[in-house]
Design a protein around this ligand. Structure first.
Ligand code: NAD
Length: 513
């Protein structure tokens, strides 16, 4: 598939791909190996590149959630009957299935979620790699033997939690789905995942491919439904053992509170307002490129977006001029064009929020260097395009310096000293990511150690890997979703004591010696 296939109304094509995977054009939840239709409110899927609705489906009702939880609980027991190496083999086979269907998966993600095809092609490969990485962990996840001061053999087991509920947002549904499902099943759990009601399709396909790769039917169930109805029902369900939430800080707090009432732990992957710091000794060409990918990749709909650009005053003016000129050349347009680097905003509500926040930023004294509106050449498409936007001389106290935009909008603030840059970077309740650009790498390490963020880059931005832990500090959440760290969150530790002495020294449960 390539540029020749640009379709002004992708609806029929989306249905065709979906039917090729799940055997029906009807959209519903993927529960226990079948598409199950909901009976709740009618929800609409809209093509972000044209603004046209292309499908409707009914919100998953309580019976769908109950069915998914029952199926997951039973599949989890089946899953644990396999050997650890056997589970690893299944996960490798899931990865193979994903690679085999990568063209169709990338196309459906691109057309239905609005992400540029050049991004989604890479994301499918990344998702396959997530399953491969955790396939390798299946038979290496073991406990310890602890040298206790009694006559016991004491050892630990990392046991699965059971049924994990995962809730994901609309910005990168396929990538986020793989990122969450792979460690969960590696650790022996079953999954009930609810993607955003705006972008459920690629996650439904992922659930199907898990089953086709050999996972027990019902091990991965995908709910097509809304947060406040279906999501809430899953979080508060009696069979839920862990909730993993990726989304806004507002919804995250509500979900964590609901989970706490159910005495269920949470991992929260929330938003950010990350600082990208450019010092006077930076390689400016690289820093400009980095500052573009930091905020404009994914049209800024990225949790790690470098939305606060702090630039040393000695290079501030020339940096902003060159950054602006380079930004105006970034190809914005149809996500299904090979050349497109910035696609549309996912939905109209978000487009309106971005536009309002830019106007507010200007109202609070920022200078609009470029962007701030829908690009003229895309006016007639009806798509939710927003031009990459640079606001210069943004006050650290302005709303746009404090609140997440979740769009292609960066605020530039000059600084004078290293100490001031660190203070500005930390002057925010979020703490998801950040970066520093400077040729003196030793000073880069120093800054890295002082900025409060879960991920930090020196002379780079946005590189993440399933092998490395990812998560937030502060209001960006807690818990880690990848690398070895995720496996600890997806398991619970059991301590086992075996008496080995002929004449035990422990009496009445206490160590007497
Ligand atoms: P959102 O919080 O509105 O929705 C996220 C998901 O939660 C959706 O599936 C939604 O249906 C569900 N939901 C909403 N309210 C709920 C409730 N009360 N109970 C149960 N489920 C509920 O977020 P969004 O607008 O879809 O996504 C944008 C946000 O996601 C941004 O803040 C962004 O930074 C964040 N995000 C974070 C990461 C990360 O890894 N830290 C990654 C991507 C996006």
């Amino acid at each position: 598939m390539g540029n020749a296939d640009i379709i002004r109304d992708p609806g029929p094509r989306i249905h065709e791909i979906l039917k090729g995977f799940v055997g029906t054009e009807e959209i519903g939840s993927f529960v226990n190996g079948e598409i199950v239709l909901g009976s709740g409110e009618e929800l609409t899927l809209t093509d972000p590149s044209s603004g046209k609705p292309f499908a409707t489906f009914k919100d998953a009702d309580k019976s769908v959630i109950d069915g998914a939880m029952d199926a997951a609980a039973s599949a989890q027991r089946e899953w644990m009957k396999l050997t650890a190496s056997g589970r690893g083999r299944v996960m490798n086979e899931i990865a193979r299935k994903i690679r085999e269907r990568s063209t169709d998966i990338a196309e459906i993600e691109s057309r239905s979620a609005g992400r540029p095809i050049r991004d989604t092609r890479g994301e499918v490969v990344k998702v396959a790699e997530m399953f491969e990485y955790y396939a390798g962990w299946c038979d290496k996840l073991h406990g310890d033997v602890i040298p206790v001061p009694t006559s016991h053999l004491n050892y630990t087991r990392q046991e699965p939690i059971g049924v994990v509920v995962q809730i994901t947002p609309w910005n990168a549904p396929l990538n986020t789905g793989g990122w969450q499902i792979a460690p969960a099943i590696c650790a022996g759990n079953a999954v009930v995942i609810k993607p955003s009601e705006l972008t459920p399709l690629s996650t439904i396909i992922l659930g199907l491919l898990c089953e086709q790769g050999g996972a027990p039917r019902g091990l991965v169930n995908v709910i097509a439904g809304q947060g406040v109805t279906a999501g809430q029902a899953a979080v508060t369900h009696s069979k839920t053992g862990l909730v993993v939430f990726v989304g806004s800080a507002h919804a995250g707090a509500l979900i964590a509170a609901a989970a706490a009432r159910n005495v269920v732990p949470c991992i929260l992957e929330l938003g950010g307002k990350s600082a990208n710091i450019v010092f006077g000794d930076a390689d400016v060409d690289r820093a400009i490129l980095g500052a573009q990918s930091a905020i404009f990749g994914g049209a800024g709909q990225s949790c790690v977006a470098g939305s606060r650009l702090l630039v040393h005053r000695s290079i501030h003016q020339q940096f902003v001029e060159r950054y602006t000129a380079a930004t105006e050349k970034i190809p914005v347009g149809d996500p299904y064009l090979d050349t497109t680097q910035i696609g549309p905003i996912n939905n109209l509500r978000q487009w309106n929020k971005i536009s309002e926040m830019v106007q507010q930023g200007i109202g609070e004294g920022a200078h609009l260097a470029t962007g701030g509106r829908k690009p003229q050449q895309l006016e007639e498409t009806g798509g939710f395009y927003f031009a990459p936007t640079i606001l210069d001389n943004v006050s650290p106290d302005a709303t746009i310096s404090k609140e997440e935009v979740f769009g292609p909008v960066v605020g530039v603030t000059p600084f004078d000293t290293e100490e001031e840059a660190i203070t500005l970077a930390n002057n925010n309740p979020y703490g998801l990511a950040g970066a520093v650009w400077r040729q003196n790498v030793a000073r880069g390490h120093r800054v890295a150690s002082q900025v409060r963020a879960g991920t930090f880059w020196i002379n780079g931005y946005k590189t993440i890997s399933v092998m490395s832990p990812f998560g937030g500090f502060g209001k960006s959440g807690y818990g880690r979703s990848s690398g070895r760290d995720a496996l600890l969150a997806y398991t619970q530790t059991k301590s086992i004591w075996v008496e080995t002495a002929a004449e035990p020294t422990v009496t009445f449960g206490y160590f007497a010696g």
